[in-house]
Design a protein around this ligand. Structure first.
Ligand code: B16
Ligand code: MG
Length: 231
């Protein structure tokens, strides 16, 4: 196995809990359209693009035959509500342990990249004041295919100038884990083992595990991280 040279981070659900804001905004749209939208339905939207998320919501509500213009209008409306939450964010909203872990990796000479499906990634990085923590940023504005397509991860590796097999990805979504695996990368799942079964290591969050231990687990591709958190 090749050594690990770069860490590629998903954004929503890994570095910041914007997944909650996405859910609230989609739920508001569903309410306006007259149906219920649950957290279970929302799980399928994680990591996929805005328009694919809308298709999932419309399928749940049985809303068929909407024109492309109407769909664009609904997605834009949801995004405006979502951005209301983003504007309220401050650097304190970075998920516990994420900054410490990224800084630790960088001190160890490991390169870092962002690989997010979100077109709002630049605003989020700016609000959290973490743009400088990434050597490369690839987001929804620079990819044509959404996760589980590997494009966003392959572009991140290309921008870093590092072979995909030398990258480890941190992901909270099934679509993201799948995309990273298809890119030939190894994955640390952030969340629940039953949802992120294909990841090599799963932890419930960065504070569950000391950076030094998580890094050793990744380097050894050991199963020791499995003992941490709820997994
Ligand atoms: P936007 P990630 C993804 O971000 C979210 O997980 C997903 O729920 C969302 O639909 C997608 O971004 C697009 O977001 O509407 O802001 O462009 O997890 O890949 O960082
Ligand atoms: Mg995510």
């Amino acid at each position: 196995m090749k050594p690990f040279k770069a860490a590629v981070f998903d954004l929503d659900g890994v570095v910041v809990d914007t997944a909650r804001f996405h859910f609230l905004a989609w739920q508001r749209l569903a309410q306006e359209l007259g149906f219920e939208f649950t957290e279970k339905d929302n799980e399928r939207q994680k990591g996929v693009s805005r328009m694919e998320s809308l298709e999932i919501l419309l399928e749940v509500g049985g809303c068929t035959n909407l024109s492309p213009e109407k769909k664009e209008e609904l997605a834009a409306k949801k995004n405006e509500w979502y951005k209301e939450y983003l504007y309220e964010m401050t650097p304190a909203d970075i998920l516990p342990g994420a900054r410490d872990f990224m800084e630790y990796l960088r001190r160890r000479g490991i390169r870092t990249a962002l690989a997010s499906a979100s077109k709002n990634a630049p605003i989020i990085l700016e609000k959290l004041d973490i743009t400088e923590l990434f050597d490369a940023v690839v987001d929804g504005n620079s990819v044509s295919k959404a996760k589980p397509d590997p494009e966003v991860f392959l572009k991140a590796a290309e921008k870093l100038g590092i072979d995909p097999s030398e990258c480890f990805v941190f992901e909270d979504a099934q679509a993201g884990v799948e995309g990273a695996k298809r890119a030939g990368m190894r994955v640390v799942g952030i969340g629940k083992r039953d949802i992120l079964q294909k990841a090599e290591i799963v932890v419930s969050g960065f504070p569950e595990i000391e950076p030094v231990i998580l890094l050793s687990c990744i380097e050894l591709k050991d199963t020791c991280a499995m003992e941490y958190g709820h997994v």
